[in-house]
Design a protein around this ligand. Structure first.
Ligand code: SF4
Length: 264
């Protein structure tokens, strides 16, 4: 049996690896790579892989979300998370098929934290539909919060991904996840302006280069606000003008953003 963790590079899936190792299970760590991660995320994944003596494998179709959006003539966002479906879920499904063709049984583990039952249910129904066994060990451990997991690694002398130090709620795609909400983007602008700028530029270029060729020409955006497309440029300018007071400066409060359904 291959005990395989869908390893996003976040704290939840890392802690599942530690949990399994403590139970005498040598896990396999599967990372579906979007090539949008930070070097710090790859560092953390390597460290965890060594700690738990679990092989780390990467799967990817070679594209970043941006390349996918250009190919598909669609800008991914929370209403249409095509990067999550095509670069993460599809890669996982392909890997499962490969294992099946080799006659290799797999149990999939997810680092969903206690209190995220809704995410767990969605994942469960997706994978059980193809007869795949899934497990969520942290759902039954209410004490396994992000803060406690960070403390666990601090005591072990392991540097956790810096995304958590700057108040981002997850560590996916450098924090510049197209599914994230306004609070998350505000935090990203403050703490990783270069990532915000890259996504803003991607959105601008998409509207120049791709939108005119789309089935439904129009303005495409990652965010939606006031019932319309709302660009990252508009949001940045609104923050700059002091119009976004509800998005405070307290980086100790994580701005939980959406991410791939399997992530964390
Ligand atoms: S983390 Fe966000 S941007 Fe990255 S693949 Fe998932 S949905 Fe897309």
């Amino acid at each position: 049996m291959l005990h395989t963790i869908l390893f996003s590079g976040g704290l939840g899936s890392a802690y599942v690896a530690e949990f399994l190792r403590n139970q005498g299970i040598q896990p396999l760590l599967l990372h579906t790579d979007t090539h949008w991660e930070t070097p710090d995320t790859y560092r953390f994944m390597e460290v965890v892989s060594e700690r738990v003596e679990g092989k780390l494998i990467y799967r990817s179709d070679g594209r970043t979300p941006e390349q996918l959006f250009w190919d598909q003539h669609l800008l991914g966002n929370n209403r249409m998370p095509i990067c999550s479906h095509m670069l993460k879920t599809n890669q996982t499904m392909l890997w499962l098929k490969e294992m099946q063709s080799l006659g290799q049984a797999v149990t999939l583990y997810f680092g969903i934290l206690s209190g995220e039952q809704c995410r767990a249910k969605r994942i469960q129904s997706r994978y059980e539909a193809i007869g795949q066994t899934v497990r969520f060990p942290l759902l039954d451990i209410p004490a396994a919060t992000t803060e406690i997991i960070r403390e666990f690694y601090r005591i072990q002398g392991v540097m956790t991904p810096d995304a958590y130090d700057i108040g981002l709620g997850h560590n996916n795609c450098s924090g510049g996840c197209v599914r994230a909400g306004l609070g998350h983007w505000a935090q990203l602008l403050r703490c990783r302006p270069q990532v915000y700028a890259a996504r803003e530029d991607m959105e601008r270029r998409f509207n120049l280069e791709v939108a005119p060729k789309c089935k439904r020409p129009g303005v495409y955006s990652i965010l939606k606000r006031y019932g319309r497309a709302y660009s990252l440029r508009e949001f940045r300018e609104s923050i700059g003008a002091g119009n976004e007071l509800r998005y405070g400066e307290d980086v100790s409060v994580p701005n939980v953003g959406m991410a791939c359904i399997e992530c964390e």
